[in-house]
Design a protein around this ligand. Structure first.
Ligand code: GTP
Ligand code: MG
Length: 273
């Protein structure tokens, strides 16, 4: 049996699972859990000290699920406390604040911390991860858009939800899908169910979209040297167009990336004799 498979009885009977929350301090982990379990929102920030623990029961199909939720403190100061709690987990709620780019960039470091604590024999493939792009109600401050977050999550085979603990948007849908995926995983012998989208685009497509987003000018976007010839620009364009054409690529953000590439080529060709 896999190390982090939950103890379970016969099918249809109750199941105990452990889920944890992860993400930088102040991104809204505790508020998301509170919104779901207590149907309320607290606007004052009360930092979690180490770990908060709670138990809740949910129904998934014909099964009663007893969920043990470990809500982790995001502050680096509490590393020594939370590192004990990564083991034997079936589900992770990975949260960032859409108005704090740092909290999005930190997601990889959170995965690395978990991997390190699980050790060389730990297996993260049989854990369901759901990414919450939280605080979507703060539209004015938003700096990580949906396609960027979704691309990161789905290219790793993780679920992705846009949430607001303040308004409640996305919270119930997120937990429902999360718990169903965990039960599916348990009934599937510990293999993570593949989401449609994770199977439908390649790593090369995801990496290219990210590279295009971060490019500093049109030359950089097409991946050619400044001063390149018409032929070189057209060749680079054709390669990207084949990779990202909306008819061929369903990766989040591919349409915008494709448009950006078309515009970059047009702009460059105007100035090349
Ligand atoms: P740590 O426990 O320190 O790791 O933080 P946390 O991630 O648990 O954050 P917490 O849930 O305590 O929320 C931090 C602050 O963000 C609080 O002031 C919340 O009221 C606020 N907050 C949380 N979710 C939302 C949201 O969806 N929208 C808005 N506008 N504010 C939110
Ligand atoms: Mg907290």
């Amino acid at each position: 049996m896999e190390a982090n498979m939950p103890k379970r009885k016969e099918p249809g009977k109750s199941l105990r699972i452990k889920v944890i929350s992860m993400g930088n301090a102040e991104v809204g982990k505790s508020c998301i859990i509170k919104r779901y379990c207590e149907k309320r929102f607290v606007s004052k920030y009360l930092a979690t000290i180490g770990i908060d623990y709670g138990v809740t029961k949910v129904q998934v199909r014909d099964r009663e699920i007893k969920v043990n939720i470990f809500d982790m403190a995001g502050h680096p100061f509490f590393y020594e406390v939370r590192n004990e709690f990564y083991k034997d987990t079936q589900g992770v709620i990975l949260v960032y604040d859409v108005g704090q780019k740092d909290s999005f960039d930190a997601l990889d470091a959170w995965l690395a911390e978990m991997k390190q604590e699980l050790g060389p024999h730990g297996n993260m493939d049989n854990i369901v991860f759901v990414v919450c792009a939280n605080k979507i109600d703060c539209t004015k401050h938003r700096c990580v858009d949906e396609s960027e977050g979704r691309l990161w999550a789905e290219s790793k085979g993780f679920l992705y939800f846009e949430t607001s603990a303040q308004t409640g948007e996305g919270i119930n849908e997120m937990f429902q899908t999360f718990y169903v995926s965990i039960v599916d995983l348990c009934e599937n012998g510990g293999k993570r169910p593949t989401t449609n989208s994770s199977a439908s685009f390649t790593k090369e497509q995801a990496d290219t979209i990210r590279r295009i987003r971060n490019s500093k000018d049109s030359w950089d976007m097409l991946g050619v040297k400044p001063g390149a010839s018409r032929e070189e620009v057209n060749k680079a364009y054709r390669k990207l167009a084949v990779l990202l054409h909306p008819d061929k690529c369903v990766a989040p953000g591919s349409e915008d990336a494709f448009k950006a590439v078309v515009n970059a080529r047009t702009a460059l060709l105007k100035n090349i004799k």
